[in-house]
Design a protein around this ligand. Structure first.
Ligand code: CMC
Length: 431
């Protein structure tokens, strides 16, 4: 728990209640209201948790005003430049950057778990061919609890560790299988001589009839996408994983719940929605029409890939993603990509428009990721599964942290009830 630096007094009627104030390592102070209901007989009301810290955590820190994102204290820009996804996985899971030997050991452990139980292939075959890969992933990741019973005891630290390794190792295999199944191609087994991102590309794009050589620049871009999405403190899907896990549910079930939450267009589904929006805009001259729609209170349309609950400045991940988009399109010789042109012009116009400036709506991570993924050859339906496989490590790290927290309690929010007060049942003929 953080240091307590004093208290605030809340007066309700003639009762004064002292509420401790905790100081985090960085970021705003936190008012501890745990005793409020017991002492003051009142709840707090905060739908959407805009002012509520749901837990304490040592994993990720975001300064939304500065546009800063730290994993275990390390800025995302430095990690994106110098690190790689598996090293970031180690950092998120264990709190420190690995030594060379620790990295070798970790890589070996992850690599030895990349295959899925052969019986799972039959499980996949039960899905309709045209199922969205996210639908398949929710089901298959949940079903891991049926295939890997021996790592579902949340009270056993060793089983928790094995579950974490299995999750990180198998989720690219599952995402690639969901993709292959949706396009009617045979599953491709993992190839442990490849690195994490290269192996994922291989499982998605190799076919038995031809050799597939992983392009190192594409593998690097994929690795970067994974790193940038690896964790993001208490966002909706991570909070879902924690809430599910707070009841003692097994980790695979909890991660399946997180994947379901991520799917929504306000969260991870935004990358698919954003590229579809850019395509719908089509040409630069149609941008003003869409900007006008985004500003119109009577139109539900929003500019996808813009805005964030926490960032009120540039999303630092979007900056790195934009550089990667230029690099990947350059490598692939795509210079007059209409979608990229629309994206760049839309960004320019929105950043100057008073509506977006006043509301501090900046491009977020999903704004550029779709352009890179499309250039790599992924259909839009795979964008959110790639977000999910990248975030899996963050979810499992947060879940492990929560289970090990002596302050763990089942999550049980209260409510502001606005329904009917107690009333008597009326017979049908009297209604
Ligand atoms: N286009 C137009 N107006 C917007 C947008 C947008 N993309 N985002 C927010 N606004 C407006 C909104 O209408 C509201 O206006 P007013 O105050 O006049 O009612 C104001 O800005 C604040 O919006 P909010 O919905 O109260 O803010 P929030 O913190 O609840 O929502 C958000 C954050 C990300 C859900 C929202 O900005 C959004 O829907 N963006 C588009 C979807 C998107 O790109 N999501 C990906 C987020 S980053 C990756 C991830 O987390 O998965």
């Amino acid at each position: 728990m953080a240091d307590t630096k004093g208290s605030a007094t809340l007066t309700i009627g003639n009762k004064a209640i002292d509420l401790p104030i905790h100081s985090p390592t960085v970021g705003p102070d936190v008012l501890d209201i745990r005793k409020l209901y017991a002492q003051g007989d009142v709840f707090t009301y905060d739908p959407g948790f805009t002012s509520t810290a749901s837990c304490s955590s040592t994993i990720t820190y975001i300064d939304g005003d500065k546009g800063e994102l730290l994993y275990r204290g390390y800025p995302i820009e430095q990690l994106a430049e110098k690190s790689h996804h598996l090293e970031v996985c180690y950092l998120l899971l264990y709190g420190e950057l690995p030594t060379a030997q620790q990295m070798v050991d970790f890589e070996t452990r992850v690599t030895r778990h990349t295959m899925v139980h052969e019986q799972m292939h039959y499980f996949f075959r039960g899905f309709r061919r045209d199922a969205h890969p996210m639908a398949t992933m929710v089901g298959v990741v949940g079903a891991m609890s049926a295939f890997y019973h021996d790592s579902t005891d949340v009270n056993d630290p060793w089983q928790r560790e094995v579950a974490a390794i299995r999750m990180v190792a198998k989720i690219p295999t599952i995402a690639a299988m969901a993709y292959k199944y949706s396009i009617g191609q045979p599953f491709v087994y993992p190839k442990n001589s490849l690195d994490y991102a290269g192996n994922f590309l291989h499982m998605c794009f190799a076919v038995p009839a031809e050799d597939y050589v992983v392009d190192p620049i594409l593998a690097k871009a994929m690795d970067r996408i994974m790193m940038l999405h690896a964790d993001h403190e208490q966002n909706a899907s991570t909070s879902t994983v924690r809430l599910a896990g707070s009841s003692g549910a097994n980790p695979f079930a909890c991660i399946a719940a997180g994947i379901a939450c991520l799917w929504g267009p306000a969260h991870g589904g935004a990358n698919q929605a954003c590229l579809e929006m850019l395509r719908e805009i089509g040409t630069v001259d149609r941008i003003p029409e869409f900007i006008a729609r985004a500003k119109d209170k009577n139109d539900p349309f929003r500019l996808m890939g813009f805005g964030h609950r926490v960032y009120k400045n540039f999303d630092p991940r979007a900056k790195v993603m934009k550089e990667s988009a230029d690099e990947v399109l350059g490598l692939l010789g795509i210079h007059d990509n209409e979608t990229l042109k629309v994206a760049k012009e839309l960004e320019r116009i929105a950043l100057e428009d008073p509506y977006f400036v006043e509301k501090k709506l900046y491009p977020n991570v999903d704004f550029y990721s779709g352009i890179i993924l499309e250039a790599m050859g992924f259909p839009t339906s795979m964008f959110t599964p790639i977000f999910a496989l990248s975030r899996a490590v963050g979810w499992i790290a947060q879940w492990k942290e929560m289970i090990g927290d002596p302050e763990l309690k089942i999550g049980r929010p209260r409510q502001l009830y606005t329904g009917a007060p107690r009333r008597d049942y009326s017979e049908v003929e009297e209604r």
